[in-house]
Design a protein around this ligand. Structure first.
Ligand code: ADP
Ligand code: MG
Length: 676
């Protein structure tokens, strides 16, 4: 139904509604209230309670405007009912005077106070009453998200019209399913979310609608997962010659967790369907070893494999690690980046096409049109939290369906993992290699800098290395870049004996690499950097991580940064420097000093900042919900996920007659999700 059919909605309002993404009556019905006001308890004037927000019904006896000063006008109406008089006050809305007339009845909600012996109500919301009577006034009133030019009454009236118009509301869940999960019908839920007759009904309505959001998402993810699994994959079968040689040559023994996850990967890779697995593991838990095993396994079964990293620095580092492990075994590894010189690039492309290069490491450049593999069978994606469902589907669009192993060093709260990675199987590396000393974390104020410099001098004097990281939210923020340069200059002045380098996102790739390489070789002792080094970098001699303006980072990010030190056997330190005195940021920083548990930090970070902020970027792949809120609604998420999995188990392709409308809906949703 078009919006224009609704009474009270003209072209101007249609335009404003469209700006809010509301195009039709159906959209309006899914424009859910932001909150509700309790007008179930209608008071009379004598019953008003000073200090509380009350709702009352009264008659206007007079109205006047008072200009107090330039930016403040008060509109005051004297009200009466059979129990007495009160004053209603509106701030800065002088135009209302034309709407309020003596003799009219009005319903008001606002904070009550006593002024000059009179009861006064500071109006938050009001409604003109056409009739003086009406017992049904005591309602729970919805308050909608709105924009300038659209008022609450318009939303309330338009939605009431739609609900009364007999617009058909489609029920896509079978009746017995609703019963089993104690869900009210969809029609009733939509009615009750807008016009609840009681708080109890409102809870039921919310429950149903939130369930729907989660359930449909989980069904869609489930369908995507089974679609991937039904795809003919490559069976990696045969002797484990290379992999066992390589494992035997490692200077350490695998942890139990590494063994367990390798076993899961081995099974997936051997299976006829294609693998879609996420490995979660805290920084330093040894994910690279697992990835390397899988890459090598692909090679020993006669295929090619590839590893994709989010930055060139990381790609380079993986390349160094992997080639030092694999080249002695006669396996050729190549590094392909955006900045690879064209002659070299041509040579690599040739090798990949001919199959003479078995393992490719790179950034996104790996998947440009010109890159052709002879027989790629495994793709490892490192630090995947930067790619969502969509990006993965993009690879498949290119006709590439190798087994996929996704590595995430950001421990994601389970609730988020279920929504972002719901289409993947999960493995976790929940054990650290032995012999690591936990990093000591301190939070210091800016003025303790001389002490900090003394610590840096001491560590560097003992042959260790230091990172100093400053925030750079956008690579284009010149002010932040200025900060990094300033810090570099300050440190150079304070520590004249120390060889200091500067690394930031605006530098040319070759320069970045040169600086990073010098730091890895120990030529540079201190590295001032923006967050380019955030993920994955591995320099065992680095024992101090200083984070400037630490309050500007998320906990998960700080934990990542902290993971850059403590990678050798030596006691390491993470120093969070801040100027802030705000309680919440301080609380977050304090938490960092109390725990090294990445999962705990991830949960807390999500609670403190909300799931959207959690990833610190918009491209986190987290879907936006209309009504559900995480983490508050996480129980319902679990239930909906369970229900979705059960349903797919009993009817994998949603072919049963009672699932057909659900099927249609989900197909659309899957299509929307993979759309780029
Ligand atoms: P992350 O999970 O952060 O990617 P890495 O794979 O980079 O961790 O491993 C961190 C360090 O620990 C590396 O230097 C790696 O060689 C080492 N390492 C990995 N597994 C083990 C193990 N089982 N025992 C000892 N050291 C290990
Ligand atoms: Mg890593």
């Amino acid at each position: 139904m078009e919006l224009g059919f609704l009474k009270g909605i003209g072209p101007r309002r249609i335009q404003l509604l469209q700006q809010m993404g509301i195009e039709s009556a159906e959209d309006l019905l899914c424009h859910f209230p932001r909150r509700y006001e309790d007008r179930t308890k209608l008071l009379n004037i004598a019953q008003l309670i000073p200090g509380e927000v009350n709702t009352l019904k009264a008659e206007i006896t007079s109205v006047e405007t008072q200009a107090i000063r330039r930016n403040l006008t008060l509109l005051k109406a004297v009200l009466r009912d059979s129990t007495g008089f009160a004053v209603a006050t509106w701030f800065n809305q002088p135009f209302l005077q034309q709407k309020l007339h003596p003799g009219q009845w009005i319903l008001l909600t606002g904070k009550v106070q006593i002024r000059f012996g009179n009861r006064e109500i500071l109006v938050q919301d009001y409604e003109m009453l056409t009739e003086t009577a009406g017992e049904d006034l005591g309602r729970i009133v919805p308050v909608y998200p709105s924009v300038q030019g659209l008022n609450q009454n318009m939303f309330r009236m338009a939605i009431a019209q739609i609900l009364e118009s007999g617009l058909e509301i489609h029920e896509y869940l079978p009746e017995d399913f609703c019963q089993r999960h104690r869900l009210m019908g969809r029609q009733e839920a939509l009615r009750s979310i807008h016009c609840p007759v009681s708080w109890e009904m409102l809870d039921q309505a919310r429950r149903r609608l939130i369930f729907d959001e989660f359930f449909l998402l989980q069904l869609a993810l489930g369908r995507m997962r089974s679609a991937a699994q039904q795809k003919q994959g490559i069976r990696h079968l045969g002797l484990e010659a290379l992999t066992s040689d390589w494992l035997a040559g490692l200077p350490f023994r695998l942890t139990q967790a590494q063994n367990r996850v390798i076993e899961q990967v081995r099974t997936d890779m051997a299976a006829p369907h294609s693998m879609r697995r996420l490995i979660q593991g805290d920084v330093g838990s040894g994910k690279t070893v697992v990835a390397a095993w899988a890459l090598l396994r692909a090679v020993e079964t006669g295929h090619q494999s590839a590893m994709m990293a989010p930055t060139e620095i990381l790609a380079k580092q993986h390349y160094d690690t992997l080639s030092s492990w694999f080249e002695p075994l006669g396996v050729r590894v190549a590094l392909l980046k955006g900045s690879t010189p064209s002659a070299k690039k041509a040579e690599i492309l040739e090798g990949l096409k001919a199959g003479t290069i078995q393992v490719a490491v790179g950034t996104h450049a790996l998947f440009q049109e010109t890159v052709v593999f002879k027989n790629l069978s495994l793709l490892v994606i490192d630090e995947q939290h930067r790619f969502g469902v969509r990006q993965r589907a993009m690879l498949e669009d290119k006709g590439i369906t190798p087994d996929m192993l996704v590595m995430s060093a950001t421990p994601i709260p389970r609730t988020l993992a279920l929504t972002v990675y719901g289409d993947l199987d999960l493995s976790s590396l929940d054990e650290m290699p032995p012999g690591r000393k936990p990093v000591q974390t301190l939070c210091i104020l800016d003025r303790a800098r001389p002490k900090l410099n003394a610590l840096l001098e001491r560590e560097i004097g003992q042959g260790f290395q230091v990172y100093v990281v400053c925030p750079l939210i956008e690579e284009t923020e010149t002010a932040d870049l200025q900060n990094a340069k300033q810090l570099f200059a300050d440190l150079a002045a304070a520590l004249p004996q120390v060889r200091i380098g500067l690394l930031h996102g605006r530098m040319a790739a070759a320069d970045k690499e040169a600086v990073m390489a010098a730091f890895e070789r120990g030529e540079l002792q201190l590295l001032v950097s923006t967050t380019v080094i955030e993920v994955g970098v591995n320099v065992p001699k680095a024992t101090v991580m200083v984070v400037e303006n630490a309050e500007r980072f998320g906990l998960a990010q700080l934990h990542q940064l902290r993971g850059r030190v403590g990678r050798g056997g030596d006691q390491s330190y993470c120093i969070l420097v801040t100027k802030t005195t705000e309680p919440i940021p301080l609380k977050r920083l304090k938490l960092m000093t109390e725990t090294n548990d990445g999962f705990r930090l991830a949960e807390e970070d999500m609670l403190l900042r909300g799931p959207g902020e959690f990833f610190g970027t918009r491209q986190h792949g987290l879907p936006e919900f209309r009504i559900a809120q995480l983490p508050a609604d996480r129980r319902l998420l679990e239930e909906a996920r369970g229900a979705a999995l059960d349903l797919l188990q009993s009817d994998p392709n949603l072919q049963k007659p009672e699932h057909l409308s659900l099927n249609r809906l989900i197909s659309q949703k899957v299509a929307d999700m993979v759309k780029t």
